[in-house]
Design a protein around this ligand. Sequence first.
Ligand code: ZN
Length: 162
Amino acid sequence: MSITFSCPDAPRARQECEFCAMERASRYPLKENGRGGCCDDWCDGTSEKTTSPTPNFSNVNARAILALLGMDSSDLCGSCDGATLRQRILTARGSDRSSALRDGRELQPGHLGAGVVDGAIVRRGCRVIEGGNTDEQTMRRLAALESLAIFAQGNGWTISWA
Ligand SMILES: [Zn+2]
């Protein structure tokens, strides 16, 4: 799961379909669909994307950044204006950011419990590795959010995350 920050009111623009571009870059023969696309039957070779920067962080990193910014980190949905976010980023850059530091870890097998399959007890749950977080990564995330905040403030748009 991840959290994307963006300006929902920012205009959208037609761009070349990234899946078609990957298909064309592959070494396999193309299956043109007669509508300009090749990635799928419905694709016309373009896709509509927001013009807003869209920094995307894992849930755990988004929670740490929101807490660092003094925002509610218990709810991973929210919104604010660009000026507020810029002020909070400036404050966070000059403050103690050690609360966002984490060591990487691997969840022990069986985090989804155990069950009996064919008479044998098996542990449920795939292998899950949680990456750590350094202060440099925190500063990069703050820089990505600042680009979005400047974009939002310059256009008077609200920033939302979910
Ligand atoms: Zn396509």
